[in-house]
Design a binder for this molecule. Structure first.
Ligand code: HEC
Ligand code: HEC
Ligand code: HEC
Ligand code: HEC
Ligand code: HEC
Length: 171
């Protein structure tokens, strides 16, 4: 995606993000600012890195459904219920829980509707989360894939001998 398009999307602001307009990756400082707008300051570096919680403990649908899924607050509470609330972030988490509200996570990356993708086949083919999302266990902000452009898919499909037929990804 061109820098100009990114600029336009960013120009429309966070309201549009919430309305579900996809924002695609480009490593600019403006994007890094967007990463920090999650309602709870969740850190993959702490949870997946330091605490070594497996990716699929939280993203449990990755192997079985097109959507990897973001964990429910109840899953967070399996640990957080009994942890002391030592940081402002943990207090925000407890407030959502007490008010029985789901955390409105902002999804930062999304393929366009005309593209077909499932996690399932990729994981069964032996790829790991890192192959596509990078070293998430070291990321403090929301994880970002390098890009979701067609050339990225095709380069790996080329290397791995997977399909190049248009209809594989465009149904
Ligand atoms: C303790 C639970 C937990 C663990 C463990 C965890 N995640 Fe997440 N993940 C989340 C939450 C919550 C979000 C949504 C908030 C955010 O984006 O930071 C998320 C978001 C994501 C996203 C989506 C970003 C987007 O908006 O497009 C990706 C990709 C991701 N995680 C990958 C991973 C990978 C890979 C691992 C293992 C290295 C992992 N996660 C481990 C809870 C977890
Ligand atoms: C397996 C246990 C476990 C799970 C599951 C878990 N956490 Fe945590 N979380 C921890 C521990 C341990 C800490 C660190 C506590 C400390 O430093 O005192 C922590 C810290 C945090 C913090 C504070 C970070 C900071 O620096 O302010 C937030 C916010 C947080 N977790 C959010 C979440 C969310 C949201 C989920 C669910 C998507 C989740 N956690 C799931 C164990 C867990
Ligand atoms: C072949 C590359 C690839 C691999 C391997 C991969 N992902 Fe993804 N992931 C993607 C793409 C592409 C999207 C965007 C899908 C969309 O927008 O429809 C995505 C989206 C996500 C999302 C956000 C949307 C959702 O589906 O909930 C999460 C969370 C996620 N991946 C977690 C993981 C985890 C955890 C693993 C490892 C178990 C993993 N991914 C392995 C490419 C990959
Ligand atoms: C890191 C390598 C890699 C990347 C990146 C990748 N793929 Fe794949 N993909 C594979 C492999 C390997 C297979 C073959 C799986 C099999 O048939 O065993 C595959 C198979 C597929 C299939 C056919 C299986 C199914 O799920 O129906 C589709 C569709 C697909 N990929 C879409 C995509 C799209 C869309 C993207 C980019 C957003 C993408 N892939 C990125 C490696 C990759
Ligand atoms: C491995 C998956 C994959 C295959 C195979 C594939 N595409 Fe795509 N295609 C994508 C993805 C992902 C996008 C979205 C890219 C983006 O939005 O930047 C896309 C976007 C497109 C677009 C829209 C471009 C745009 O700028 O919005 C066209 C047209 C297209 N593909 C045509 C084709 C044709 C023709 C073929 C066969 C020669 C093909 N694709 C094969 C994954 C694939």
């Amino acid at each position: 995606m061109s820098g100009r398009t990114i600029g336009i999307i960013l120009g429309l602001g966070a309201g549009c993000l919430a309305m579900g307009i996809g924002l695609f990756y480009s490593l600019s400082s403006a994007d890094l600012a967007v990463q920090d707008r999650q309602p709870v300051p969740f850190s993959h570096r702490l949870h997946a890195g330091t605490l070594e919680i497996a990716c699929q403990f939280c993203h449990r649908h990755a192997k079985y459904s097109p959507v990897a899924g973001v964990p429910s607050l109840a899953l967070c509470q399996t640990c957080h219920q009994s942890l002391p609330q030592t940081t402002p972030g943990m207090k925000v988490l407890q407030t959502y829980w007490e008010q029985k509200r789901a955390i409105p996570w902002i999804r930062l990356q999304r393929l366009p509707d005309h593209v077909y993708f499932t996690h399932e086949m990729h994981l069964f083919a032996g790829l790991t989360c890192t192959s596509c999302h990078g070293n998430v266990a070291r990321m403090t902000g929301t994880p970002r894939a390098p890009t979701y452009e067609m050339g990225w898919c095709l380069t790996c499909h080329e290397q791995r001998g997977a399909s190049h037929d248009c209809w594989t990804c465009h149904k």
